[in-house]
Design a protein around this ligand. Structure first.
Ligand code: PMP
Length: 434
């Protein structure tokens, strides 16, 4: 492992004042070992750490950096917005423009801005419960919807990386109304609705699962969920926090619902729509959204919701995310996926590389496609550790967990891709030998 004295020093100081030395568990290198790298700056596809080393970034701040880091037009718009004042606690123009942009791109007829994906899913569930007057909610094992109490049952992302069966601090009665089902399992969904259909407020699913590694919905699965919910008077919530404005200009809905002619009742967004700032949203059917305060009785609020700097960053990002940008992003991702497959095949590593549009991840040591959480957990995750460090030493920054998706940006150009290509064979051999 390359030594990183400045990161090491900061990590020691961080650990003295913050639990585990990080402000979000997935940033720690628990699964891969070693010291988390402290980044000092980013530009395009590249990050520079506090020791002055450069990396091609395949984390992209876990999704927001669709255009790469420090896009000059985003930075300039943000600077101008900041100079006008950082928060007013009143309505302001950028939040209206961003809401219009989201409504124009997606199935949502109205949106409410919040500051994180967690708030978006938490509020969408409250709204669904308020709208239907029912308590039960359905989620899938391995899907992560933020650290919402009721949704931390069998969650993906950091919960699976750290191997936590459940988290202390969530009272049993809070998850008592949460039904957890295997992903992609129609029979399990039918059975749950047959038994509890008239008590189910909503079913929430990632539009394509990306928090147990990437596990796309089987063809027609989301439509089936939407129809099943409709039949039982429950709301269908599509969580597009990760996929939104990334896998198409709308999100995953652009790959299924829009073509198939159905729409979720509620949808959640985050990540890309904040351009690297804390902005997220939930939205959907007008009749449901109008139940929110102040137009309706379901309470939801936020001091910094629709913050003018965050919404300016998001709006500028989305305006720059045109067909040409998505074309570049998809081409870079496809090239990268081929390079990874080739290196792993060459080194004799059994694997499944799975994608949802430009999002993808690798399942190690599996002999067929992974369709659910049990399959994801059966992978030989230990092979990732030497792979990750070999890539890091060669200047490629990957997510520090085998259960996370790899994020490419529209700024991943030939130079970035050739750096990754040069790093892969050695890393693949390290994975083979693990
Ligand atoms: N939903 C999904 C699908 C996510 O991937 C995430 C974050 N990775 C969240 C919700 C929570 O978002 P946040 O971290 O902004 O609270």
């Amino acid at each position: 492992m390359t030594s990183s004295p400045a990161s090491q020093h900061l990590f020691e100081r961080a650990r003295a004042v913050s639990p585990g030395g990080v402000n979000s568990p997935v940033r720690a290198f628990r699964a891969v070992g070693g010291t988390p790298i402290f980044m000092a700056s980013g530009e395009g596809a590249w990050l520079t750490d506090v020791d002055g080393r450069r990396y091609v970034d395949l984390v992209g701040s876990w999704g927001p950096m669709l255009l790469g880091h420090a896009h000059p037009e985003v930075i300039s718009a943000v600077g101008a917005a900041a100079a006008r004042g950082t928060s007013f606690g009143t309505p302001s123009e950028p939040e209206v423009l961003l809401a219009e942009e989201i409504v124009a791109r997606t199935s949502a007829e109205m949106v409410r801005m919040v500051s994180s994906g967690t708030e978006a899913t938490m509020s969408a569930i409250r709204l669904a419960r308020g709208f239907t007057g029912r308590d039960k909610i359905v989620k899938f094992a391995g899907c992560y919807h933020g650290h919402v109490d009721a949704l931390l049952a069998e969650a993906g992302s950091g919960v699976v990386t750290l191997g936590l069966p459940e988290t202390p601090g969530v009272p049993a009665h809070v998850t008592a109304d949460t039904i957890v089902l295997p992903y992609n399992d129609r029979a399990a969904v039918e059975a749950a609705f047959a038994e509890h259909g008239d008590q189910i407020a909503c079913l929430i699913t990632e539009a394509a699962a990306g928090n147990m590694g990437v596990v796309p919905p089987e063809p027609g699965f989301n439509e089936f969920l939407s129809q099943t919910c409709a039949r039982h008077g429950a709301l269908f919530i599509s969580d597009e926090v990760m996929t939104g404005f990334r896998v198409t200009r709308s999100g995953h809905w652009g790959l299924d619902g829009q073509r198939e002619g159905w729409a979720p009742d509620l949808v959640t967004f985050g990540k890309v729509m904040g351009g690297g700032f804390p902005a997220a949203a939930f939205g959907g059917r007008r009749d449901v959204m109008e139940q929110l305060a102040p137009s309706g009785p379901v309470y939801q609020a936020g001091t910094l919701s629709g913050n003018p700097i965050a919404t300016t960053a998001g709006l500028t990002t989305l305006r720059l995310a045109d067909d040409e940008a998505y074309g570049r992003l998809d081409a870079a991702s496809q090239q990268l996926q081929s390079m990874v497959t080739e290196a792993l095949v060459e080194a004799g590593v059994a694997h499944a590389l799975q994608n949802a549009g430009s999002m993808f991840s690798v399942f190690w040591g599996v002999d067929g496609p992974v369709t659910d959480f049990a399959g994801a957990q059966s992978q030989e995750a230990w092979r990732y550790k030497p792979f990750f460090h070999a890539m890091l030493d060669a200047g490629v920054y990957l997510p520090p967990s085998a259960f996370e998706c790899w994020f490419v940006s529209a700024a991943h150009d030939d130079q970035a891709l050739s750096t990754i290509a040069a790093a892969l064979p050695n890393a693949a051999r390290a994975a083979a030998q693990a």
